[in-house]
Design a protein around this ligand. Structure first.
Ligand code: IPE
Ligand code: IPE
Ligand code: MG
Length: 245
C-alpha cells in the first residue's frame, strides 16, 4: 500500500504589515575592509530579496526604513552615495515591481529630496498605483516625530481656519493626517544588526507592533531570516491591553 503523503502543516497567515529597520550596512562593509558604500550596495540587493520574499509569503504591506530624517546629518559623501543608490533603485526596479503586481508608496519629507528623485517617486507611485499583490512602502527622509509635528501643525491650521473643532480631534482624525493615513499599523517590526531601538521609525503606528531584533547585518538578511522573524511573531501573544489567557 502506498504511504499517504504527510499532510502539510497549514501555514499560519502572514502578518498583514511587516516593517523593517534595515540596519548594519556600514558594519557589514567594515568587517570586510570595504568602504561603507559597498555595504549600502549589498543592502540594496537585500531589499530586492526582502520585497520578493514578502510577496511570496503573502504579506500585504512591507515598509522599509531606507533613510531617516537624522541620516541627513551623515557625511555629505555618504548621503550622496545613498541618494545615488536610491535613484538607481527607482530607475531600475520599478519595472520589476510593476510586473510583479507591487504598488510603491513613499513616506517622508520629500522637500529635502532632489527634484529628480521626487519626480521618479511620483512617476513610480502613479505607474504602480493600481497594483494589489503587495504594497511596498519606502520610508525616505522619514522621521516619526517630524511626521507627528507636521500632523499637529496641519490640524492646528484647520482649527484656526474654523474647519475643524478641537473636540473632534481623536485618534482616527489624527491618524488620517499622517503619511500612513490609508496604511494599517505594522503588526511586526524587524530591526537587523543587533541594535534594539526604534530610531524615530513609525512612532505613532508602532504602538502595538511586535518587535523582533535580529543579530544579522542587513546585507546578509535573507529569506530564512524573514521566515524566522515571522515564526517569532507567531509565537507572541498579542494582547492589546486585554487580560492574558
Ligand atoms: C543602514 O546601515 C543604512 C542606513 C541607515 C541608511 P548603516 O549605514 O546604519 O550601518 P551601520 O549601522 O553603520 O552598520
Ligand atoms: C535607522 O538606522 C535608520 C535606517 C535604517 C534608515 P540608523 O543606523 O540611522 O540608526 P541609529 O543611528 O543607529 O539609531
Ligand atoms: Mg546604523
Amino acid at each position: 500500500m502506498m504511504e499517504a503523503a504527510a499532510s502539510p502543516v497549514p501555514a499560519l497567515p502572514p502578518p498583514t504589515h511587516v516593517a523593517i529597520i534595515m540596519d548594519g550596512n556600514g558594519r557589514w562593509a567594515k568587517a570586510r575592509g570595504l568602504p561603507r558604500t559597498a555595504g549600502h550596495k549589498r543592502g540594496a540587493e537585500a531589499v530586492r530579496r526582502a520585497v520578493e520574499t514578502a510577496r511570496e509569503l503573502g504579506v500585504s504591506y512591507l515598509t522599509l526604513y531606507a533613510f531617516s530624517a537624522e541620516n541627513w546629518k551623515r557625511p555629505a559623501g555618504e548621503v550622496t552615495d545613498l541618494m545615488g543608490l536610491l535613484r538607481l533603485y527607482l530607475r531600475n526596479e520599478v519595472k520589476a515591481l510593476h510586473k510583479n503586481g507591487i504598488r510603491l508608496r513613499v513616506i517622508g519629507d520629500r522637500s529635502r529630496l532632489g527634484d529628480d528623485i521626487v519626480a521618479l517617486i511620483e512617476e513610480s507611485e502613479a505607474k504602480t498605483a493600481g497594483n494589489t499583490a503587495l504594497t511596498l512602502v519606502l520610508a525616505l527622509s522619514y522621521g516619526g516625530r517630524q511626521e507627528i509635528v507636521a500632523a499637529v501643525r496641519h490640524l492646528a491650521g484647520q482649527v484656526r481656519a474654523g474647519a475643524v473643532d478641537p473636540d473632534d480631534i481623536d485618534e482616527t482624525l489624527f491618524s488620517a493626517n499622517l503619511f500612513t493615513a490609508d496604511i494599517p499599523d505594522p503588526d511586526l517590526v524587524i530591526r537587523t544588526s543587533g541594535e534594539q531601538r526604534i530610531s524615530n521609525f513609525l512612532l505613532w503606528q508602532c504602538a502595538y507592533s511586535e518587535l523582533v531584533f535580529l543579530d544579522v547585518l542587513w546585507p546578509d538578511f535573507d529569506r530564512a531570516d524573514f521566515e524566522a522573524a515571522i515564526r517569532t511573531f507567531h509565537g507572541r501573544d498579542r494582547r492589546f491591553g486585554l487580560t492574558s489567557g
